[in-house]
Ligand binder design. Structure first.
Ligand code: MG
Ligand code: ZN
Length: 169
């Protein structure tokens, strides 16, 4: 099987407005063009993954199950718009804050590349043509540590932002 490029999206501040510790569907305000961006990436032959730090779990604000439910909801919303998310990964940890078993150093919390690399274990990824879209420097550092290109999204329309970056085909 030939290798497929992937686009990794940070979640808060990229796909949805960063409203601080969103964990319910009613907290989600989609960024302009978010679903169109996913759809365009699908059409261009990219796998679409979401990689998000969720230290709200470590901090006891919501549970892993809450995040899983929210992501299932987001996935369904996207499908209704013809956009397919191939996978979600989240880091529930925080190195200092919160409670066991989540208050620890881990290799998944961005700027570490663990979430990006975890997808490389289940998919044959074309790293050369893969990219990460994030709104923070830690997203860029995670991309660099994983060996893919990172692009800082500062707001606006996400589909317009990524269209010139999807040069794979
Ligand atoms: Mg963010
Ligand atoms: Zn982690």
């Amino acid at each position: 099987m030939s290798k497929q490029p992937a686009i990794f999206f940070d979640r808060d501040g990229v796909l949805n407005v960063d409203t601080n510790y969103a964990y319910l569907p009613e907290h989600i305000i989609w960024i302009d063009g978010a679903m169109d961006a996913i759809k365009r990436a699908n059409e261009k032959g990219y796998l679409v993954f979401v990689v998000t730090n969720q230290s709200g779990i470590a901090r006891g604000m919501y549970s892993e199950q809450d995040v899983q439910h929210l992501h299932a909801w987001m996935e369904k919303e996207c499908i209704q718009h013809g956009a397919v998310i191939d996978g979600f990964a989240f880091c529930p940890h925080h190195p200092e804050q919160g409670q066991e078993p989540y208050n620890k150093e881990c290799d998944c919390r961005k700027p570490a590349p663990g979430m990006i690399l975890s997808f490389a274990k289940s998919y044959a990824l074309d790293f050369e043509n893969s990219l990460m879209i994030g709104d923070r420097e830690s997203d860029m550092q995670a991309a660099q540590a994983a060996g893919i290109k990172g692009y800082l999204f500062a707001g606006g329309n996400l589909a317009q932002f990524i269209t010139p970056l999807l040069q794979h085909s």
